[in-house]
Write a protein that binds this ligand. Structure first.
Ligand SMILES: NC(=O)c1ccc[n+]([C@@H]2O[C@H](COP(=O)([O-])OP(=O)(O)OC[C@H]3O[C@@H](n4cnc5c(N)ncnc54)[C@H](OP(=O)(O)O)[C@@H]3O)[C@@H](O)[C@H]2O)c1
Length: 280
């Protein structure tokens, strides 16, 4: 398994479940100094139990002040950060017939704004690492859905596309400070987030496989960590097709979903193929 040559000071969000939990376990086992965040304080305590190099720091990533306070606590504890990895996120799918702005805001709050609050809090700590003459890296978990608009993914896909755009843009402006940025674009990963999806999830990988690929990509300094590649290359290709062709393929997916729902006897208008984890 890949790792860095020296112990890293890492802040990881979304550490209590799925991809983040698998990352947390591996980073702790590799001996890095890891600050772990999510809302579930009990789960964080369990992860950090008897692990002197792991520190629980519970927070709601969509609470800007809480995230800024976390930055101060990390500064007191570690002095600087070599890596800030913003992985916390949620997913709900939209039913366009019942356009639900509350749902959109619930998805954007952690996925986009939470990630940006994290960056705001982490930047001074990454700069502190640069002042020590060390490399510093920001990373965020976007999604392969950012590559191409998919049916019902208006809120989720747009929140992730915004993360990808924001960080790619930021990468250009932080280059002069020597702070690099890695974007993570997973395909389907078997986690609590996807366990209720009622549509096909081709080439799904485990959270452990995802974590190994992410750590390897971060160690190698990859700008775009996307996996599984046999899936993400197809999605990228779909993303560069002419809009008329993309619409045709998207509509075919929409029809397939509708007929699956009709077959299952799901009433029209009820967002039943909601799928990803609902709000806590
Ligand atoms: N699974 C996939 O197929 C897939 C594909 C592409 C991208 N992704 C992205 O990968 C990331 C991890 O997803 P996952 O599949 O591992 O999901 P997951 O098992 O549901 O884990 C999500 C993590 O985010 C934390 N979280 C959610 N809302 C939060 C909030 N407001 N404040 C702080 N922490 C919060 C959760 O912890 P608490 O509940 O304790 O707060 C949990 O630790 C997400 O950003 C997701 O969008 C997943």
């Amino acid at each position: 398994m890949s790792t860095w040559k020296t112990p890293q000071r890492i802040w990881l969000t979304g550490a209590t479940s799925g991809i983040g939990e698998a990352l947390a376990r591996k980073l702790i086992a590799q001996g890095h100094h890891v600050v772990l965040s999510a809302r579930n304080a009990e789960a964080l305590d369990t992860l950090c139990q008897n692990q002197p190099n792991a520190h629980p720091l519970p927070l709601d990533i969509s609470d800007r002040q809480a995230v800024l306070n976390a930055g101060t606590i990390i500064h007191e504890r570690l002095g600087a950060l070599d890596l800030a990895l913003f992985n916390a996120g949620t997913c709900e799918y939209l039913d366009a017939q019942q356009f639900d702005m509350a749902l959109v805001e619930r998805v954007f709050a952690p996925n986009l704004f939470g990630t940006l609050y994290g960056i705001e809090a982490a930047l001074p700590l990454l700069r502190a690492a640069r002042q020590e003459g060390l490399p510093a890296r920001l990373a965020a978990t976007s999604s392969a859905s950012a590559y191409v608009p998919l049916p019902r993914a208006e809120a989720y896909g747009a929140s992730k596309a915004a993360v990808s755009y924001f960080l790619e843009s930021l990468r250009l402006d932080l280059d002069q400070e020597g702070i690099d940025i890695s974007l993570i674009h997973p395909g389907f990963v078997k986690t609590p987030l996807t366990e209720h999806n009622d549509f096909p999830m081709p080439m799904q990988v485990t959270a452990e496989q995802a974590a190994d690929t992410i750590i390897e990509g971060l160690v190698k300094g990859r700008l775009d960590i996307h996996f599984p590649r046999r899936f993400t290359y197809w999605v990228k290709l779909l993303g560069i097709l002419p809009p008329a062709l993309r619409r045709q393929i998207g509509l075919r997916m929409t029809r397939a979903q509708r007929s699956r729902h009709e077959h299952l006897g799901i009433a029209k208008g009820i967002p039943a193929h909601c799928h990803c984890r609902q709000r806590h």
